[in-house]
Design a protein around this ligand. Structure first.
Ligand code: AMP
Ligand code: ZN
Length: 493
């Protein structure tokens, strides 16, 4: 087994990774709140965890990857539930809002070629379990009820010698009293840093459930404590999310789990850094934002051309997940060029042949391939792993051009280099060559095909077999074959 090291936010240091059960990993990542279109910052975080998931699989682990959908309880600063607000705005049922944006999120994850999680639980599907956890925390003396709402008692938690603020590094006295989930009811709390785990619904609050304390809804942080425990056990291996979730979300998650079962939920906490644009936080109100669709089409004043989702994925891989990633047109253009170079080198490599038993370049090539994996083992360092792989490019090109001798790479090494390059490019980095996908350089056709396959998928979901067969037969007549796999449909000419 490789020696994997990961940066554990809880310890603020890199540690050797050792799973609880040998060969198996439980990983929980906080998913999106589905009340609006997914933004490119969210995509960066989920692509980062996709690469982490892929690399753990590459190393041979059996991974159970759980990523939730937040469909209740994540409140806005004014105390309104994000989903309810979406429902009010579009005159829809809250669950219609959830479905619409969840579908959009899934499509975007497919476009970025991310693997689906093994379980994708939704908060509203786990209200009973959340009520049970609130009760467990009350029974352990670490929560109290006030006017139908239930608050976590941070002061008592600290008095019992438990560490609140450990993950985020905040001191309890410095903690802001106004966290976003319970802004409305500051006066009900015994201590300003206490937080709501069950919230009594006001008469106009549409998402509400019966509980022993009131008709209400769970606090936002509770869902992740409950769903990670349910599917991965009381203590599991990896918990991930964007670093903006460290406080209060993850800090409170830890307190809830410790409060309910007296054990830490996760051994390793991994946090991704934020996506910036032109060096600043992406923000619609400051006219400094771009949607994924605009990035694909180029229809934005911030960029000079459209970029293929794989060029964007490559761009994301060029920075480490713990560093900020600054999206600028120049950086995107450079990434686009680099990605094409990599795709070309891959094509060339696959066409190379050797009949030599020994090769003077063998050792160097082996060192580069092993080096790329070693970089990934160093806290999933994708930029350094990519840089290693790029060391192969001049060797591949020189060999193809005859600038280095035909017997400088052995047959055996060339065969394993092809296999290993492919595994890193496809399985670990999750890339594919847009030129290859449709058998030609048809970017527009690629987009049309995605649309057609989406429509066909919708038809299949609605059991509209006539439409779905009509599309498949029509495409077959045009010489396009559609293959339905576990991870969706793909096409080829
Ligand atoms: P949300 O839908 O707001 O609950 O966020 C979903 C995930 O995206 C969380 O893990 C966030 O930390 C992450 N996220 C939000 N904004 C950004 C950003 N600008 N860059 C990277 N990740 C982000
Ligand atoms: Zn969460």
């Amino acid at each position: 087994m490789h020696n994997l090291e990961v940066y554990n936010s809880l310890k603020r240091s890199k540690e050797q990774f050792k799973p609880i059960a040998e060969g198996k990993i439980g990983m929980y990542v906080c998913g999106p709140t589905v009340y609006s279109d997914v933004h490119i910052g969210n995509c960066r975080t989920f692509v980062s965890f996709d690469v982490i998931y892929r690399f753990l699989l590459y190393l041979g682990y059996k991974v159970r990857y759980v990523r939730n959908i937040t469909d209740v309880g994540h409140l806005l600063d004014d105390g309104e539930d994000r989903i309810s607000k979406g429902a009010r705005k579009h005159n829809l049922e809250p669950m219609e809002v959830v479905q619409r944006y969840m579908n959009g999120f899934h499509k975007m994850m497919d476009i970025f070629n991310t693997k689906k999680p093994d379980i994708e639980p939704r908060a509203t599907g786990h209200i009973l379990e959340q009520i049970e956890m609130v009760q467990a925390i009350i029974d352990n003396g670490l929560a109290y009820e006030k006017n139908g709402s239930v608050y976590f008692n941070t002061k008592k938690y600290l008095e019992e010698g438990k560490a609140y603020g450990e993950l985020s590094g905040r001191k309890i006295d410095d903690l802001l009293s106004m966290t976003r989930d319970d802004l409305k009811n500051q006066d009900e709390k015994d201590h300003p840093s206490d937080f709501a785990i069950w919230i009594k619904a006001s008469p106009d609050h549409i998402m509400r459930w019966n509980a022993p304390w009131s008709v209400g809804f769970p606090g936002w942080h509770l869902e992740c404590s409950v769903m990670s425990t349910k599917y991965l056990g009381e203590t599991f291996d990896i918990h991930g999310g964007g670093n903006d979730l460290k406080f209060p979300h993850h800090e409170n998650e830890i307190a809830q789990n410790v409060g309910a079962c007296n054990c830490q939920p996760a051994r390793y906490w991994l946090h991704t850094n934020m996506l910036l644009m032109n060096g600043r936080k992406m923000s619609k109100s400051e006219d400094n934002s771009i949607t994924p669709q605009e990035l694909f089409s180029g229809d934005s004043k911030h960029i000079s051309q459209g970029y293929h989702p794989m060029a964007l994925r490559f761009f994301m891989l060029q920075s480490h997940y713990r560093s900020t990633l600054d999206l600028t047109d120049d950086a995107l253009k450079a990434a686009d060029k680099g990605f094409k170079r990599l795709c070309d080198a891959r094509k060339t490599l696959m066409s190379l042949e050797s009949s030599s038993a020994n090769g003077s370049k063998d050792q160097e090539i082996r060192g580069i391939l092993d080096g790329a994996i070693a970089e990934m083992c160093d806290d999933f360092n994708t930029p350094k792993a990519l840089a290693k792989i790029f060391e192969l490019v001049p060797i591949i090109n020189s060999y193809a051009d005859g600038k280095i001798a035909a017997d400088s790479i052995s047959q055996e090494l060339l065969a394993s280099a092809k296999k290993e390059f492919e595994a890193i490019y496809t399985d670990v980095f999750g890339l594919y060559d847009p030129q290859e996908e449709g058998g030609g350089s048809h970017d527009a056709l690629d987009k049309v095909m995605r649309l057609v396959l989406d429509i066909r998928q919708d038809a299949r979901t609605n059991k509209d077999w006539d439409t779905s067969d009509k599309i498949r037969d029509g495409l077959a007549a045009a010489g396009i074959t559609v293959k339905d796999g576990k991870d969706g449909s793909s096409w080829s000419v």
